[in-house]
Design a protein around this ligand. Structure first.
Ligand SMILES: [Zn+2]
Length: 454
């Protein structure tokens, strides 16, 4: 929220529009955020690097290569399962790939290492995914024998996933969270494609994917910037799925900046900054960087809300490089180039977003804006969410969010306990959305209203 996020304070506008100041951190989430440890993250990254290379086609040996790194990661997940009271299960989702004439030139055993923290509410089928990629590479993407430490790319994202699993598996969440170290990113997003297709085939109610890739260092040698207070969230504004059939609606109502992934990016910014001090989440209005790809894309193209989280200033001497010193510059993706307090903050930001989503009710249903009468006020109507609205798990109410049409994030929140609200602001001049809110103040993702009659 404008003006407020740095202090973790939100201005909440009540129905009468009198402003009140409220600290809006859920203490249970704040406690988990505080449990994310830079030392623990350093240990995870150091262990991942100790396998020498994690190239997708590296040989399977007990101590070196991707297969050993996968087994180690599975072991971490299984260890955390013991503290979960049976809610966490871990497995490797594996399959075999034949040579594809591109970046796979031998029969290759693939495997995504997954830990599923089952939600405790049987009526809540929502799933939230957080990913990093476990594989690494050097200058030649086909080089499977050279040392490829992959400390930051993407030991950082994989360590974040392991750390999130460590902290979050201790406590119950109503909805399901899946922690995944995907494989084959460098060979063409192979693990993410497999998982996104599985989510589609099995009709997962997947409401968000946070993809973490290169997020534990923040020194740019070419622009001389060292700053560990900002992190990027990349998102696509248009729906990456059925774009053509939705285009007319998007054009008519000006919704090019309100696709599901952009909404998730906005939510990530607001909730991440609410819980993590000294961190600004910078929204970048594109799906990814120039000439680069990421594991969120196979999800985006299948219609799932998905964003990429990446450090603010990448150091290209430390990515995809043969280990060497050349013209006085040391090349290679080493642990020593990372900033673990920065990785801690970025991991904690993921935690805040995942926990807030998984504790929230599901989204309100059939959200509409009254569009028949010409008026300068706005009436919105909706129905209660499907999940999170039972006797044991009550919703508190709803937020109607509002922003000017040119503004990047929501500017005002109006709270109501009813399933409709009329505001003295014109629907022609602002965007609106509705969130459901739990008793602990956890908000669902916002829903943009459809024009309707009432
Ligand atoms: Zn990467």
């Amino acid at each position: 929220m404008k003006n407020c996020t740095l202090s973790g304070i939100l201005l909440l506008f009540s129905l009468g529009l009198q402003a009140q100041t409220t600290v809006n951190r859920d203490p249970a989430i704040a406690q988990l955020v505080a449990d994310v440890s830079a030392d623990s993250l350093r240990a995870h990254v150091t262990n991942l690097v100790s396998f020498g290379t994690r190239h997708t086609m590296s040989s399977a040996t007990p101590k070196r290569g991707l297969s050993a790194a996968r087994q180690w990661t599975l072991g971490k997940f299984q260890h955390y399962a013991k503290q979960s009271g049976g809610r966490l299960t871990a497995q490797i989702d594996s399959w075999t790939l034949q040579p594809d004439g591109r970046r796979i030139d031998a029969v290759t055993q693939m495997g995504n290492v997954m830990a599923t923290l089952k939600g405790t509410d049987p009526n809540d089928d929502r799933i939230f995914l957080v990913s990093g990629h476990i594989d690494s590479r050097v200058s030649d993407v086909m080089n499977r024998t050279a040392d490829a430490p992959g400390a930051n790319d993407d030991g950082s994202g994989t360590a974040a996933v392991i750390e999130l699993c460590r902290v979050m598996s201790k406590v119950p969440f109503p909805a399901t969270i899946i922690f995944v170290a995907v494989c084959g990113e460098e060979q063409g997003l192979l693990g993410a494609n497999h998982l996104a297709q599985r989510a589609k085939d099995e009709k997962w109610n997947l409401e968000a994917l946070l993809n973490n890739d290169i997020m534990g260092s923040n020194h740019s040698p070419d622009t001389h910037i060292t700053d560990n207070t900002r992190v990027r969230v990349f998102s696509e504004g248009l729906p990456g799925y059925q774009t053509d059939s939705l285009a007319a609606n998007i054009r008519q109502y000006g919704l090019e900046n309100d696709g599901k992934s952009r909404q998730l990016a906005r939510y990530t910014k607001e909730v991440g900054e609410r819980y993590v001090d000294q961190l600004e989440v910078v929204m970048v209005y594109r799906n990814d960087r120039f000439l680069r790809g990421g594991d969120h894309t196979p999800f985006v193209t299948r219609g799932f809300p998905a964003v990429r989280i990446t450090e603010m200033n990448e150091n290209f001497a430390h990515q995809h490089q043969d280990l060497r010193t050349q013209d006085g510059v040391e090349y290679g993706d080493y642990v020593k180039f990372m900033d673990f307090d920065y990785l801690r903050k970025n991991t904690a930001m993921n935690l805040a977003v995942l926990a807030n989503l998984a504790k929230a009710p599901s989204m309100p249903q059939n959200v509409t804006v009254e569009a028949r009468s010409l008026t300068n006020s706005t009436s919105l109507f909706w129905q209660a969410p499907k999940a999170g609205n039972s006797a044991s798990r009550k919703i508190k109410g709803y937020y109607v969010l509002m922003r000017e049409t040119h503004w990047p994030f929501w500017q005002k929140k109006f709270y109501t306990e009813k399933v409709g609200l009329t505001l003295p602001y014109s629907k022609d001049n602002y965007f609106f959305a509705v969130q459901a809110v739990s008793e602990d103040g956890n908000e669902s993702l916002p829903v943009i209203p459809r024009p309707g009659l009432r």
